[in-house]
Design a protein around this ligand. Sequence first.
Ligand code: LMR
Length: 335
Amino acid sequence: MSISRFLAAGLAALALTAPALAQQPIIIKFSHVVAADTPKGKGAEHFKKLVEERSQGKVKIEIYANSSLYKDKEEVEALQLGSVQMLAPSLAKFGPLGVKEFEVFDLPYIFDNYDELNRVCDGPVGQDLLKKLEPKGFIGLGYWDNGFKVMTANKAIRKPEDMKGLKMRIQSSKVLEAEMRALGALPQVLAFSEVYQAMQTGVVDGNENTISNVYTQKMNEVQKFLSQTDHGYIGYAVIVNKKFWDGLPADLRTMLETAMKETSAYVRGIAKKENDDALEEIRKTGRTQIIPITAEEKKAWKKAMISVHKEMESRVGKDVIQAIYKATGFDPAKF
Ligand code: LMR
């Protein structure tokens, strides 16, 4: 081939690929560990819909639910490496990352209800915590709700004493470890995707989780009892890889931020109902006995676990604990 023909062929090929290249969408891989029909799973779908509509093909969100890409710890590493761009890990999972203050959300009974919790997330405490993620290479875009935790086991748990000697799966959090030890239980750290099998094979006796997580992971198939202790909270911080985020065109970033704000409000609107509905579904199966814990009975649970607040002060930070007490009116002396 003559040089001129060779050049002409090259130019023609370029002319074909350049527009295609220019139209390549920005891909945001969003990995998470829970089922699609949970508050977080639905939040991810909602965000995808908003972003893909508004960006008119410029941004594509690929959702990988149910630990299909990465398990708990691996997904955070993957975000740091840039293999995925977005995650919504539970707040407990930021402690092992070195942002120990997030474990304040794991303190037993520190929040009585969603209102208190949302006030803290929206206020200075929640916003300052998100900023602490930046040196780790993350940008915190917002908080997504899930709900309050129940205890499940194959033994009826009514009183704190019933927890003695039970092997209970927890997320990797020093606060959750201390909480289980305060109850005389034996905490076992396991990835979320491994819990069902661990229950089935007797590696653990039970776990603490939100009802939506229990139901959508089918834990109720292998747990005879569910106790409504409401002793703690599971929610999420949506995070992105900072390098990726900083490299986005400013107008797209603004669009993504707005979509995230709207999605956080959407998740806040569905979280309680998702958990209430999951409870009714579990009830309907008739296989798991639901044990309500009355406000009066909760007093004994609070009493058994309140020591964890003081015990974890040096890890989580006295300031952040006090700031939450102040925001919610929590008084540890009452227990
Ligand atoms: C768990 O590991 O139990 C939960 O944090 C999973 C989740 O993301 O809700």
